[in-house]
Design a protein around this ligand. Structure first.
Ligand code: NAD
Length: 363
């Protein structure tokens, strides 16, 4: 199925509306999920719809939530997301941090108890749009997926780290990655007929590395939202001891420091914690001088002979910018199983082909 981004976003929003979510919040969920698809991160896009609906129904996610302020000393604030949709409470928390950095030059936000925050690069892009540098450390309490370096058993999640740097009129630098070899959603995508995993991405209970998604999901029903606790294996941390250490620090910063809690066997809910630091460039000197230095350095950085002439050296954010351009113009291609699972979620709430055609006509 190839579908224009706007139609997909409208149709997904309808599914949430039919599940009792307000039109405004549903629109946000649809737009943010599709934004992940547009940037090429299908793992964090509309493939999540059935799982989000399940989470809404079982109380893991709560509709209509706003962040509340746990503490605020001017530059540092702790916010509670009350298990609201990450697309809503995440956006509010990021706006809170942006406002602080605009006023004080720096804003540090500990967000606890957020629903799934999706593609963290979206939040760095929001800060970049406000002219700010931002750093984000994220953990996922209730989601044990990743084995530490040297281990076989799951002790943490895929804990992403994200850094955004604005570059004036030039496209920003957006470094945004899971600290595991693959994000869990990429295992989900592979298990539903999408891009295959690297063959060292997972480890089985016997300690043998594998690229087979069954290590995570077991033998689940192919078009339902998979239970990532069903498999006996784990995702491997990226970069050996270094990636494993970075993931551990995400637990400390996004879990322990924000008060949302670290990953563990007794955490029933999937919740994101996020420590975000927003920086105003002007507080460090001239924004023009910064831009000039960055531009000069990036020219030097990019002007390196590629090992493979067909694979140019890219900057963080460039693959997503190219994908957004392509998919924005040509639509988003979804594997059959992903589309079937979305249509099943739609039919479960009384939506059908007429509603899909209406969304297609509205694009
Ligand atoms: P990935 O492995 O595709 O890496 C993406 C990063 O690497 C981007 O910054 C991209 O610009 C850069 N990049 C990719 N190819 C490059 C190249 N050839 N040269 C230079 N830079 C390049 O991403 P991932 O680890 O699979 O993470 C996917 C998404 O999952 C991220 O958006 C992340 O925020 C999200 N995530 C979210 C959660 C959550 O709980 N909300 C958990 C884990 C991951």
């Amino acid at each position: 199925m190839i579908i224009p981004a706007k139609s997909l976003s409208l149709f997904v929003a309808k599914i949430f509306e039919k599940n009792g979510v307000s039109a405004e919040e549903s629109e946000r969920i649809g737009r943010r999920l599709v934004s992940a698809n547009l940037t090429g991160h299908d793992s964090h896009g509309v493939i999540r719809v059935p799982r989000y609906v399940n989470w809404l129904l079982d109380g893991t996610l709560v509709r209509g939530q706003n962040v509340s302020v746990v503490s605020d000393n001017g530059t540092i604030a702790v916010l509670d997301g009350h298990n609201g949709f990450g697309q809503s409470v995440g956006e509010q928390a990021v706006q809170y941090g942006i406002d602080k950095a605009k006023e004080h030059g720096v804003g540090i936000i500990g967000l606890r108890n957020a629903g799934h925050l999706g593609r963290i690069g979206d939040w760095a892009e929001m800060a970049v749009d406000a002219g700010l540098i931002s750093l984000h450390f994220v953990n996922v309490a209730g989601s044990l997926l990743v084995a530490p370096f040297g281990g076989i058993e799951r002790r943490m999640s895929t804990n992403p780290v994200t850094i955004g740097v604005p570059r004036g009129d030039e496209p920003p630098l957006i470094l945004d990655f899971a600290t595991s070899i693959v994000a869990e959603g990429k295992v989900l995508v592979a298990s539903k007929g999408g891009k295959a995993l690297p063959d060292n991405a997972l480890v089985g209970p016997d300690g043998v590395v594998t690229g087979d998604p069954k290590a995570l999901y077991g033998e689940g029903d192919a078009i339902r939202a998979y239970d990532n606790r069903a498999g006996e294996g784990a995702i491997r941390a990226m970069g050996d001891h270094k990636g494993s250490g970075l993931a551990l620090m995400c637990e400390i910063l996004a879990g322990a420091l924000t008060g949302g809690g670290c990953a563990g066997p007794d955490k029933p809910k999937i919740q994101n914690g996020m420590l975000s630091i927003y920086l105003s460039i002007e507080q460090f000197g001239s924004a023009d001088a910064f831009s000039a230095e960055v531009r000069q350095y990036l020219e030097f950085f990019s002007d390196t002979k590629p090992a493979d002439p067909d694979q140019p050296v890219l900057m963080p954010g460039e693959p997503e910018q190219a994908k957004r351009k392509d998919r924005g113009a040509n639509g988003i291609e979804l594997p059959d199983e992903t589309w079937a699972s979305i249509m099943e979620a739609a039919r479960n709430v009384g939506l059908g082909d007429d509603d899909l055609n209406a969304a297609l006509a509205a694009a």
